[in-house]
Write a protein of this length. Sequence first.
Length: 227
Amino acid sequence: MDKTSPSPAASGSSAITVIIIEDDPVVSALLADWIRETHGFSLVGRYSNAESAVPVIREKRPNIAIVDISLPGMSGIACIQDLKPKLPDTQFVMLTIFEDTDHIFKALTAGATGYLSKKTPRAELIDALHEVHAGGSPMSSSIARKVVQSFRRPVQNPAQTIELSPRETQVLELLARGDTLKDIAEQLGVRMATVGTFLRRIYEKLQVHSRGQAVAVYANIPMKKTP
């Protein structure tokens, strides 16, 4: 049975709600245990395929969905492409064995907020979920290096064709470099809430739904249009 009983934290209104979509039963059970045992999180359910999870995500609107890329039937990337435009407040975190740039950028342009290796230890994964809920975009270090390296090639900066303010352009450049919202706030000497405001404006102007999509536009990576 895919759907699990909600964790004890579910009764707390401030709990971070999480859904897991993972077809490996061992990995899925381990993730579920980590979420249930961590204060401040509520496990809404876990599913072995996207087709079962999609209607629940649409109804429950969890704060975070942990999604495997290689799922039977609908892929994790297709799942995010379907849901992210409709659920901008749900953050999708990829947890996968794939660390090549092709999979990374397909996930980011689909709307994934974070991209973590399945080798990620428990403490780092929980920290990453806190970060994504706070507005960050966590990536495993090995993945982040590949993303940053990809920006070393010359690209057409969208700031030249889209009317971003100088500060918005600066924030977008720091996002593309892989900096967290906290890092950006410290470098610019502003509060994280102010960075969040810049980020929302960037999303609106670039017509994207996530940090990953904004970074993809910055890198001039073609994005699949959603209806």
